[in-house]
Design a protein around this ligand. Structure first.
Ligand SMILES: Cc1ncc(COP(=O)(O)O)c(C=O)c1O
Length: 382
């Protein structure tokens, strides 16, 4: 199998992730924060260490990590918890995932919200910061939600600059780093983000079932879920402390163990090295795809401001058709709308969608060479 669907989930995981998950779950698969015995304390230490490793990754030891089961849940915790009021201006990128769009759609049924897309210049395929400043002057931002990188075309948003602009209006900034955490080196001291969303199973190379958000200690979100926290159990109210207030129910300790191993793996290799290798592979992939005259890449002019996700369309074929043919040749890609319909409206590929190739650190030169042969064969014989 030649796996080019790393934007859905990175696969395979580093060997350390599988082996540590298995060993930890066998030896210490107990409930965290619920018991006084040694094993429970060991499981709790693993969770604390994993929170710390995440904060280290973003150079922000003073912040807090709340674990959730998915990035979708983290986005729901944030977006459903914000202090919404009628008339608020909500800025989003043209590339938001349904994990944002559908929550906003629901919120719009409750509140009168003006949802506005941040300006991206299609000619150069990049965010236009001057235009975004004008957008904010015209309609002051209350909430800004940004996919750090599009899961359709890989375009990276200049979050540092846009967060700085929106903070002039005291806006609340939410950054969805599902496709960039652990890949794009980000110092959260330099980005005025109030909430950052992570997906453990994507660029963090951990397993499915663990994700989270990073937030300031003094944050006040209306809790989305209520339940046991292992502390202050006689109190009918949730604890006021973070993460307990937003982290109810039993934690998936096996998935936390996997994320722990993955974060140590990232630290061992180095985020710059991971990014550099992915960039090199992405350049090769871009060159390869653009070398075929009946393949048209979309939403990318150069790999410069992109992560390793490239979408394309094949002349005369639907994306699903190509997905099936590639599958017959042992190539795994994702086709369709990739849960981000607005991105395709923006890119002109709605409703058919695109064929998406997404690279990971574990893709090899050989994968790309094989892909080249397979694509040549498919195109010559179609
Ligand atoms: C940008 C972005 N945000 C959020 C999500 C949702 O992640 P999950 O399905 O793991 O909850 C994804 C998943 O593809 C994504 O690409």
């Amino acid at each position: 199998l030649f796996y080019f669907d790393n934007a859905a989930t990175t696969f395979p995981k580093p060997e350390e992730v599988y082996s540590f998950m298995d060993a930890f779950y066998r030896q210490c698969g107990v409930n965290v924060g619920r018991g006084q015995y040694d094993l429970a304390a060991k499981a709790s230490s693993l969770v604390s260490e994993t929170r710390q490793l995440l904060l280290d990754l973003f150079y922000c030891p003073q912040k807090r990590v709340v674990f959730t089961s998915s990035a979708t849940e983290a986005l729901n915790v944030i977006l459903q918890g914000l202090p919404w009021q009628d008339g608020m201006n909500v800025y989003i990128t043209p590339f938001e995932h349904n994990a944002v769009l559908r929550v906003l759609h629901y919120l719009k049924s409750v509140y009168q919200l003006n949802v506005i897309e941040l300006y991206v210049d299609k000619e150069i395929m990049d965010y236009d910061l001057e235009e975004i400043k004008y957008q904010f002057q015209d309609k002051r931002p209350d909430i800004v939600i940004m996919s750090h990188a599009s899961n359709v075309c890989g375009l990276v948003a200049p979050i540092k600059e846009i967060c700085a602009f929106s903070k002039c209006y005291d806006a609340i900034n939410v950054i969805d780093m599902a496709q960039t955490a652990g890949l794009v080196d980000t110092d959260l001291n330099l980005v005025q983000a109030d909430f950052v969303v992570l997906a453990g199973h994507k660029t963090l190379y951990g397993p499915l079932g663990i994700a989270g958000l990073i937030l300031n200690q003094d944050v006040n979100l209306k809790p989305l879920m209520f339940g046991g926290t292992g502390i202050d159990s006689a109190n009918p109210d949730l604890p006021k402390t973070v993460p307990e207030r937003y982290e109810v129910g039993s934690l998936n300790i096996q998935a936390v163990a996997g994320l722990n191993a993955a974060l140590k793996w990232i630290a061992k290799i180095g985020i710059e090295e991971i990014f550099a290798k992915e960039r090199e592979n992405t350049s090769k992939l871009f060159e390869l795809l653009t070398s075929f005259k009946n393949i048209k890449t979309v939403g990318i002019k150069s790999v410069e401001n992109h992560i390793g996700i490239i979408s394309c369309i094949f002349d005369g074929y639907s994306s699903d058709n190509i997905g099936q043919v590639l599958n017959e040749h042992g190539v795994a890609v994702r086709t369709g709308l990739h849960c981000a319909p607005n991105a395709h409206r923006f890119l002109g590929t709605f409703p058919g969608g695109t064929v998406r190739f997404s690279m990971g650190y574990l893709n090899t030169e050989d994968d790309l060479e094989r892909l080249s042969l397979k694509l040549s064969f498919i195109i010559e014989n179609s």
